[in-house]
Design a protein around this ligand. Sequence first.
Ligand SMILES: [Zn+2]
Length: 1055
Amino acid sequence: MERVDCCGIRSPPDKIPIYKDTRKTTVASCIYLSSQTMELFAVGLTIILQGVLLGLALPADFRFTQFDFLRNDLDQQDQPSKCGYESCNLGKPDVLNVHLVPHTHDDVGWLKTVDQYYYGAKGTIYRAGVQYVLDSVIDALVNDPSKRFIYVEIAFFSRWWNQQHDSKRHIVKQLVNEGRLEFILGGWCMNDEAATHYNAIIDQHTLGFKFLKDNFGDCARPRVAWQIDPFGHSREQASLFAQMGFDGLFFGRLDYQDKAWRLNNRTMEHMWRGSPDNLGDAANLFTGALYNGYGPPGGFCWDAGCGDDPVMDDRRLHDYNVDEKVAAFVKAATDQASQYTTNHIIMTFGGDFAYSAAPMYFKNIDKMMALVNGRQKEVNVFYSTPSCYLYSLNKAGKKWTTKEDDFFPYAHRNNSFWTGYFTSRAAFKGMVRDTNNLLQACKQLDILANLGPEHSSSYKIDVLKRAMGVSQHHDAVSGTEKQAVAYDYAERLANGSAECQEVINIALNKLQDKAPSIAAALEWKFCNYLNVSKCGLTENNTAFYMTVYNPLGRPVDKWLRLPVRGKAYTIYTGPNGELVPNQVVPLSKETKMVPDHNNSRATADLVFKASLPALGFNTYYISQSSGRRTAVRKVRQNRNSDVTLKNERVSVVFDSMTGLVKEMTNTDKGISIPLSQNFFYYIGHDGDNSKPEKQASGAYIFRPNETNPYPINTSATLEIVNGELVNEVRQVFSNYTSQVVRLYAGSPYVEFEWTVGPIPIGDNKGREVITRYMTKLASDNKFYTDANGREILQRVRNYRPTWKLNQTEPVAGNYYPINSRAFIRDEVANSDIQFTVLNDRSQGGGSIQDGNLEIMLHRRLLHDDSLGVGEPLNETGVAGNGLVVRGKHYVYLGDKSSSAKLHRDLGEEIFMAPITAFTTSKLTPEEWAEKHTITWSGVRSALPSNVHLLTLEQWNDKALLRLENFYEKTEAEGSGEKEVQIQDLFAPFRITSMVELNLGGNQPLSQASKLQWETEDGQQGDVANEINDFEHHAPFSVKLTPMQIRTFEVTLSYT
Ligand SMILES: [Zn+2]
């Protein structure tokens, strides 16, 4: 276990990092205690001397510039900067301008961990070291002002930056101010777009942007989003990018058929409408698909690991190849240009971890550019950046086509659909979602409790922010990393979670203790295994206290389940000691068999409903008493009467013969449908990947052997639990598949808790396990998914809205990411029925036959799919025989409007669930109530039902606040614009001033000006300031239109 210090680097023993949490004064920062002044002087002198010596060795025109640059840097650091679009070379009219963009694509973990990639460790796995890339590139930029380079992944850049002396930092700042080093994208990582949740996407960008802004100022504000490697592209991501103030997006991967069509029609570059039905033009984003992925044209890869011939330009030597090289370059440029629409093209000169030997790559590019420009007139090639290329397109005076659908699913050839990773590493995907939940609560409580420097809370929270940042990477939450790297990500999340749990512990003490004293401080503990009914504190104490914190801005009821050993319990809460009804439900054999349940002594779950105040907590006193548990009744197979699970609002009938679900009814709405549900598996294809038809199913690719999956069983054994608060039907399908169908009192939806694993591989076959909900609804080839937890997209079987699909994989080619919900509708006229499933982590799924909705739960495969990871996706879990994964689906049957309301509200409750903390105390409930606040809310009144408190966190000496209207325009009753007065919204503080920022928090909206684009359909492409209608006057009334997120920097005055 490695501890990471405050700047994300491991400290040498002689340099002690001092963390300065100066929240109320300046930016939190790291300082090293050392004889640094002398070191800096010495380093500065060395650099000057090196510069002089280097200058002597260079041609005369270089010599002056080199020395001039250093003088600028050391003497005139406040020179006006010329960065951004002002620094662009816009080429020449009437020729083909080639924007040559040197770049490095640095995966924030994949084959190696993020730190191994940074250092260059484990060279046998992959020869890559980001520190050498940056060292090498910075030197090259210093040596030649004509060169340009972009840098993208701030997780890496921050590591390097934190290890540089001030003299080097000044040099780098100067490079940034002159536009020679440009930050593009600027997130902590280049996030995956299929398995990520919008909350985490926004956070990871905010983290990267803040690093850039704090260290470099506005010249480092990225103008262009750069998603060159993710495996498919989400419309919501485009919408979020537009709201972050990006002027454009470039990416590298799109379906091979779509790409061919777009090249043919010259629409690789277009205007993407990220939210046509809700945010309108504010979510439009100019988007360009790159011609050649993110690599150079064939024959022009000159990094240390490349095999292409260098430019051999001395006629006195053998193998002179200038003529071929120039001809090949001009051909590559003109070929590419023939499929784009302006006289500008972009060529990406780089690749994975490229430029660790920058002089080698640059030397050949320099030679080639000089030769190409010197020998012919039709092509003009020069160093450029994606933003300068974008700016040239913007100046081209063109009208662009538009697009409203997304870029899922992605296939690179006919049998290779990248739809497996929607589900790969199902447990890790769940962990990432849960950890986001904890992080948000932790950031809120830090602000609500007004924790200060003495608590080091911002340091602790940063550990988790960075861990979450790297986990969003397109080889992290995607599940496409090596197993060892997946463990590293999980360890980072666990370490960060422990830090955040400590912050919550401190905050709860501060908010609860009526007469705070160190002696009276409680130690709130957290149970990280509640999903498998394991928690030492609740199992081993006959009495304990529990605080439940609700991170939502509205009151919620939450059903809780605590692992216990007693037969009966008494639960009190509230200042007057109100009794809380509860039920003790024996654990199932299947729960006891989950390997992660090991060492637990729990025999039952204590079930009760916590009714929680908005953005606040309740404390419960729980003690063992005498009484009886709820009985578990075995159901005899093939009995005569069906089994019905029901409460006053909904019922589910199980077939008497098979034990499978056969009917569902919404009693409130009077809607009843035949519904069956079962688990199936596909056998993963085991080809050797040598050609499309031999594509194997793997971490990226889903390729089932056959179109029809095999049922795991055609029947299930049943057990029934009936109680006052919860009824359960427990189904066992096989020794690796079980399910609890659960209905709480008063709940309008049904929980399907699935447990899958260890997936058997004894027959040397990989299996991909799905659950399938089967109705008779006439869904007319359609189903619906969310995108990254936000807007809903319609999916049509064997169809893509903007290009003609030749479907080659009837199952995998119809799979889409399901981040938080999916549904099917009865599409016939006059029917209003909708069947909705919400999930607790990102999964892949589809509607392969009308009326059906299938969702992949877990995958275990024995072949690599030959897309780089080099390992089969064979997770073995803690027991070593195969990972067991447990998760939940929440199933609702209703009409369209009630379904939308339910999935919006429930979706919010799932990803921002209450946080539970436990402690033991000798105090009686009466004594406790005297000393502690038992019920507390951080808001004076609840937020309107459509409004979500998306962010509340420290922001230098202020706070960052995001509010979101999370309903779409017309989807449900209550959709529409909402207004919140926020001056006195929060109980612990008043807001005294506020500035509206863009979504990423790196620019006041009042200063935002985005490039304007014309589109063929006549609509203006962008109106950045349209949403900036905020009144900066008390009581700070904020209006939120459907799906709008507004971001504010707020000044707080604690009362
Ligand atoms: Zn990558």
